[in-house]
Design a protein. Sequence first.
Length: 451
Amino acid sequence: MPSNPIAETVASLMPRAKEELTELVAFKSVADFGQFPKSESEGAASWVAEALLAEGFQDVALLDTPDGTQSVYGYLPGPEGAKTVLLYAHYDVQPPLDEAGWTTPPFELTERDGRWYGRGAADCKGGVIMHLLALRALRANGGVPVHVKVIAEGSEEQGTGGLERYAEQHPELLAADAIVIGDAGNFRVGLPTVTTTLRGMTLVRVRIDTLEGNLHSGQFGGAAPDALAALIRVLDSLRSEDGTTTIDGLTEGYGWEGLRYDDEQFRRDAKVIDGVALIGSGPVAERLWARPAVTVLGIDCPPVVGATPSVQASARALISLRVPPGVEAAEATKLLQAHLEAHTPWGARVRTERIGQGQAFRADSSGPAYTAMAEAMTVAYPGQEMQYAGQGGSIPLCNTLASLYPQAEILLIGLSEPEAKIHAVDESVSPEELERLSVAEALFLRNYAAS
């Protein structure tokens, strides 16, 4: 990276950034209080609030949102008449899954092979640190040239919509000219990328009941309807032979015209085992960013160890459906529920329940904020031009913000490039990406102020 005062300042702050990310990762801030203590999330929220206060933010507050979690808000005034930029991240994280499968403990930031490992290191506690680094670099080099609002969400990973509902009830709170969502990622390490589309999502729980209780499979198997077998048939109906999502009445999506994703590169990024085929058809980018995709997240059934020879009386599954821009999440939910009910065999009793839901998002990339970011990323990533990509994941807040503030430009950047393995075992962040994106964000704020 060519020498410039902003880059030099960020580089000097990286040891501090590692210390702070270590502190933040240590909080087990999973917003599922049936699994993890609420005090862990409250501790992380307080950490963010104290960090904002230390940077001179005003009106710092822990916002009690309708889903029982807290979001952290702060306001840093800029010069009179300046534009306002909202910086977003979230401090809640996914559960660590199999803690024994982690090479190092998930809630202890650990450095190895040039990366920092820990749950939330990239998604999205690293995003909180990125915002702090950018603002510190500006303060050390002439000051922050815009009004800045920061919002750190406490339940993004759960999809329960607490901050969305709070923002709708307090529409003036997050109003801004431009919004930087620090919860996306570069297409690959070293390639500066802004995400312009997000798939929406819905979570549905399905339960199938066939018997009043489990039965001996030798005595009753063959005639007694097996709820687990019925559930397997239902789940299989959600995909065609090649793995394409097939839900009755749901659109197949649309064509993708942005950045291409090479099949072999995707295989490497996804760590697909040799000889195993990718599912679906058409360009990989289209499958990931512009088409619906169903995933079975979990099944309640007996584990193999300790299983008895029984016909199962009931079985449950949790299903995720990602929906592309242009498809209403509520309509997709209804279609998924109707499909599950229609494909349940043998007259078995079936119940479906919506657990979470979020709309897809598509940004307008033609405004001055995108120009300012493109110029900033060219400096932060010498020799590279900013790319436009989609993301298969969902950030439900984006559509809420777009609806509340239709004139605001929304840009999605962040640290969740493929090597980060977000939501998986051994999540990590590239410190080089953290440094470069912090430089890019600082330069963006300066460029945007002058636009």
